[in-house]
Ligand binder design. Structure first.
Ligand code: URP
Ligand code: ZN
Ligand code: ZN
Length: 517
């Protein structure tokens, strides 16, 4: 036991990687609905007791005086070892989840993307699940990307795969409306895929940009002699993002499918979400840490290597957009915050040194999200600590249907818990971070709100600046179908075959829960 906050690191070394009884004393527990002074007892990887003056002889004591005791962060949008744009993103499930827990995130959701290889969505799911189980140091879930509906001339294969991955614990499909020629799915397939997802009780997620317009914009700029990173921003203006949000929301609403828009980066795109919400569409908007903290001036840096670090899609926008997105979280036009953590080192970014369309797209953020958002949202007084917990953890747990296992400090929930000191600053140095690249877009930034201790499934994995992780301790957590976004829709008669004219011999047949069509 120690009078200092957190625990004595020498003690921890003895039991690192092991679940133990932990008593968190004297902190303020913050859930999405309320905050209250309370102790928290952890046993066997679960929260065993929440209340005042808990006694538990033999438990390790964590002194949380002056700290917030919060559910571990849930990052619904990360990409580890993603084969993309001629290379593979640098952080894998090991470095990525180590950085996650060092930053207070205890659950990540990656995307199984059948990209750059002729594999099916089911094979992609199994590959990513295997990678995650072998390397992760915290629990993880998976979304599955659908890039086309026809595999090797077999129009039923993808349909069968979608049903099968739902059975295996996936409740969300991702569709890219951009990246023409590689990931982009065309509207006629999007309509059918949304309908299938709807029938299966799985959320349709979109990367919303008009990929055809982007491609035309890129060609025009290159013809005009614009080859640098700024061309990336010019080729993907906010209208191109907003148009895709509008189109996706209309298509989803027409087929009755709940829609999740990932990485909303512009005010224009956010306004399309507000419009859809006002019309009663089932739609949620995800902000990302980069959109809430960075601005487009970085892409205009005279130093090419520095500018390229900020190239991601949709692009990082203006300061006005950034402020609008922060306010959108406050007004609940936007619902939750991820990172889209997708890292490429300087050498990889330089693949596009002569042509901005070849700069691998992606920025870091998994290690900084919790502290950066605490600084920008809570320290500024815009959001309450409870609202912060909602947008960084609880909302994701509810949307992806793993609440109350995750996303709350409550008896019976997984012991994924952080101790956050609101009066301490976290300073980011690329020399100290846990991600696997040679820079950090937040290098030398300081944020109010430092995650002092992270507990993952009852294991202390981060304490006072030191990691105590063991590769492979993270589990794949299945996300069951028909979560929050489907509530009230379960019993409705819905046949995706209504959207597959001539696809099932004219017979009105749906995808049943066993996966046959
Ligand atoms: N966002 C980005 O630039 N890279 C990751 C892939 C994606 O989410 O579009
Ligand atoms: Zn995307
Ligand atoms: Zn992404």
């Amino acid at each position: 036991n120690t009078a200092e906050s957190g625990v004595n690191p020498d003690d921890v070394k003895i039991t690192f990687g092991k679940q133990e009884d932990i008593l968190i004393r004297g902190g303020v527990v913050v859930n999405a609905d309320m905050q209250f002074k309370s102790d928290v007892l952890i046993k066997n990887g679960k929260i065993a007791q929440v209340g005042l003056n808990i006694l538990s002889p033999g438990a390790r004591i964590l002194n949380a005086t002056g700290m917030y005791v919060m559910p571990g962060g849930i990052d619904p949008h990360v990409h580890f070892e993603l084969p993309f744009m001629g290379t593979v993103s640098k952080d894998d499930f090991l470095s990525g989840t180590q950085a996650a827990v060092a930053g207070g995130t205890t659950f990540v959701m990656d995307f199984a993307i059948p990209l750059g290889r002729e594999i099916s969505p089911l094979e992609a799911f199994e590959q990513y699940k295997k990678l995650g189980e072998a390397k992760s140091v915290c629990d993880f879930g998976l979304h599955v990307a659908i890039t086309k509906l026809n595999q090797d001339g077999d129009r039923e294969k993808i349909v069968r795969d979608m049903a099968e991955v739902v059975k295996r614990g996936v409740n969300s499909f991702k569709f890219f409306m951009a990246y023409k020629g590689t990931l982009q799915i065309e509207d006629h397939d999007l309509i059918r895929a949304f309908a299938l997802a709807r029938e299966l009780g799985a959320i349709s997620m979109v990367h919303a940009e008009n990929g055809d317009l982007v491609q035309e914009g890129q060609r025009k700029l290159l013809r005009q002699g614009i080859h640098g990173p700024e061309g990336h921003s010019f080729s993907r203006p906010p209208e191109v993002e907003a148009e895709a949000v509008h189109r996706a929301s209309v298509i989803a609403n027409q087929v009755g499918a709940p829609l999740y828009v990932v990485h909303v980066m512009s005010q224009a795109a956010m306004e399309e979400i507000a419009r859809a919400k006002a019309k009663g569409y089932r739609i949620v908007g995800e902000a990302i840490a980069a959109g809430l903290t960075l601005n487009e001036t970085a892409v205009f840096d005279r130093d090419w290597n520095r500018a390229a670090r900020y190239v991601m899609s949709p692009p990082i926008r203006s300061i006005d957009d950034q402020h609008a997105l922060v306010n959108g979280l406050k007004t609940r036009t936007l619902d939750l915050v991820g990172t889209d953590h997708c890292t490429f080192d300087t050498e990889q970014k330089r693949l596009g040194v002569d042509d901005f369309t070849k700069i691998p797209n992606g920025v870091n953020g998994i290690e900084e999200r919790m502290t950066a958002l605490f600084d920008r949202l809570v320290h500024t007084g815009k959001l309450t600590p409870s609202d912060y917990v909602r947008v960084t953890s609880t909302e994701a747990a509810q949307i992806f249907n793993i609440y109350p296992q995750k996303g709350v400090i409550a008896v019976g929930s997984d012991a994924d818990v952080i101790l956050l000191d609101p009066s301490k600053k976290k300073v980011v140095y690329h020399t100290e971070h846990h991600i696997n690249i040679d820079y950090n877009v937040y290098d030398h930034w300081s944020f109010w709100g430092s995650v002092e201790t992270t507990i993952s499934n009852g294991r202390i994995v981060w304490n006072n600046g030191t990691l105590y992780t063991e590769q492979g301790t993270g589990r794949f957590v299945p996300t069951p179908a028909f979560g929050k976004m489907f509530h009230g829709l379960e019993s409705e008669t819905f046949h995706s075959s209504d959207y597959f004219a001539g696809h099932s011999n004219g017979k009105k047949k749906g995808v049943n829960r066993n996966g046959s069509y």
